[in-house]
Design a protein around this ligand. Structure first.
Ligand code: CA
Length: 224
């Protein structure tokens, strides 16, 4: 499970990330609302832990903008504030659950499990983009009747691109999401993109992975 943590108190953000990592989740952190929003919009997360009090753009604005742009990732809001009014504001903005700081690790994990389970009831077990369907269970990529199996890293790269729709995904984003750090070589990303291009051609998809120099990759539909 891939969780985005948006919290400006770095010690707390890093502590939450450690709790998640210890529970075998993959965690990414953002230390302000704008950075958190742009990661959340890029997609690929199973849940977002979002602090309400953030400099610049607060948590309610972040979740509101996510929902406005059609991103349905479950959001657990964190706050030091306890008034009902604040809680209602967060939930109204589109958050799924609410937790008051300070909290214990087991409570955080239990709430995240509940959120992702609740979502699991209605969540599709596949991601679609144009003529492509990616099965999240079997890791098969299909176009019409043609289908091809994706290896672990190919699957993660493709899932990230497909769940980002037509947005640009940078090599650094792919390295962090798929390899878990940005120290791995960018050549690895290029190699897997090249494998995926062959597989897209193999299934006869109209979707191509376009390279945007200095920016990253994007899925585009050509002809049909
Ligand atoms: Ca804060």
């Amino acid at each position: 499970m891939n969780v985005l943590v948006v919290e400006d108190e770095r010690n707390l953000a890093d502590a939450i990330a450690r709790i998640l990592t210890d529970a075998s989740y993959h965690a990414e952190t953002a230390y302000d609302g704008k950075a958190g929003l742009s990661l959340a919009l890029a997609g690929g997360y199973d849940a977002v832990v979002l602090d309400v009090m953030l400099p610049g753009m607060d948590g309610c604005e972040v979740v509101h903008e996510m929902r406005r742009q059609g991103v349905s990732t479950p959001v657990l809001m964190l706050t030091a504030r306890t008034t009902t009014e604040d809680k209602v504001e967060g939930l109204d903005a589109g958050a799924d659950d609410y937790m008051t700081k300070p909290f214990e690790a087991p409570e955080l994990l239990a709430r995240l499990r509940a959120l992702t389970r609740r979502r699991g009831d209605v969540m599709l077990d596949q991601v679609e983009f144009a003529d492509l369907v990616l099965d999240l269970t079997t890791h098969d990529l299909s176009c019409g009747d043609a289908s091809v199996h994706l290896s672990g890293k190919e699957f993660e790269v493709m899932r990230t691109l497909m769940s980002s729709s037509a947005r640009v995904v940078s090599k650094q984003d792919l390295l962090r999401r798929v390899w878990g750090d940005d120290e791995a070589s960018e050549n690895s990303v290029e190699a897997y993109v090249s494998f995926l291009r062959k597989k897209l051609a193999h299934v006869g998809s109209t979707v191509q992975i376009t390279t945007l120099r200095m920016l990253g990759y994007r899925l585009e539909v050509f002809g049909s």
